[in-house]
Design a protein around this ligand. Structure first.
Ligand code: IMP
Length: 191
């Protein structure tokens, strides 16, 4: 079975995707003895996903993919977007990020937003992208205690509860990351 590397430092993501991929052996950068963080310096999530995949592809000559996600708020011109992890400070801090979003949206009636994920796959030097997104709106205060990141302030369209009030299974039915991952898995399982 061919190896394919999921370029991420997040082992939970690796475990989730491993369950879904049938005809490749999924490995992670640490299996290549690579522990560095690849700087995400592009100004789009697509650019950052390419940066991470192409870095590992060029260094190790191994098929690989990586993902990048963000929350895009229309009234804030798409912010925090590609900067979602480090919106409020250079060191990623979820509490500060949420506070800043709520502060920037104070008094704002138009609260539409979407999460988006882009996955960049490189196999035999061929590049493919898989995207997933979920529309919704930003609450005026935190609701729910599950999930991570901006989950407590995001209510997906068609629902009256936030991502942080959903079980992981429920969130996975509709989330940006699941949609993009499913497209990747369908593609790989046909290889
Ligand atoms: P990553 O590219 O998956 O690491 O996501 C970048 C940042 O976007 C995270 O640090 C979170 O702040 C935010 N984010 C991405 N996906 C989600 C999600 O499903 N829920 C809440 N926040 C998310």
């Amino acid at each position: 079975m061919r190896n394919i590397c999921f370029v991420t430092g997040n082992q939970n993501k690796v475990i989730e995707v491993k369950k879904l991929i049938k005809n490749f052996k999924l490995i992670s950068p640490k299996d290549l003895n690579f522990y560095d963080e690849i700087p995400e310096t592009e100004n789009t999530i697509k650019g950052n996903s390419f940066l991470k995949s192409s870095f590992i592809y060029n260094k190790f000559n191994i098929d690989c993919f990586s993902d990048d996600s963000g929350l895009f708020i229309n009234a804030l011109g798409g912010e925090p977007g590609v900067k979602s992890a480090r919106y409020a400070s250079e060191i990623s801090d979820t509490e500060k990020n949420i506070n800043l979003v709520l502060r920037n949206l104070r008094g704002e009636e138009s609260r539409s937003a979407y999460f988006e994920t882009c996955i960049c796959l490189i196999i035999d030097g061929n590049i493919s992208y898989f995207q997933g997104s979920v529309k919704g709106k930003i609450t005026t205060k935190r609701v729910g205690s599950r999930g991570f990141g901006y989950d407590p302030i995001f209510i997906p369209k068609g629902y009256d509860k936030s991502f942080a009030q959903m079980s992981l299974e429920e969130k996975n039915q509709i989330s940006h990351r699941s949609i993009a991952t499913q497209k990747l898995v369908n593609f790989l399982n046909q290889k």
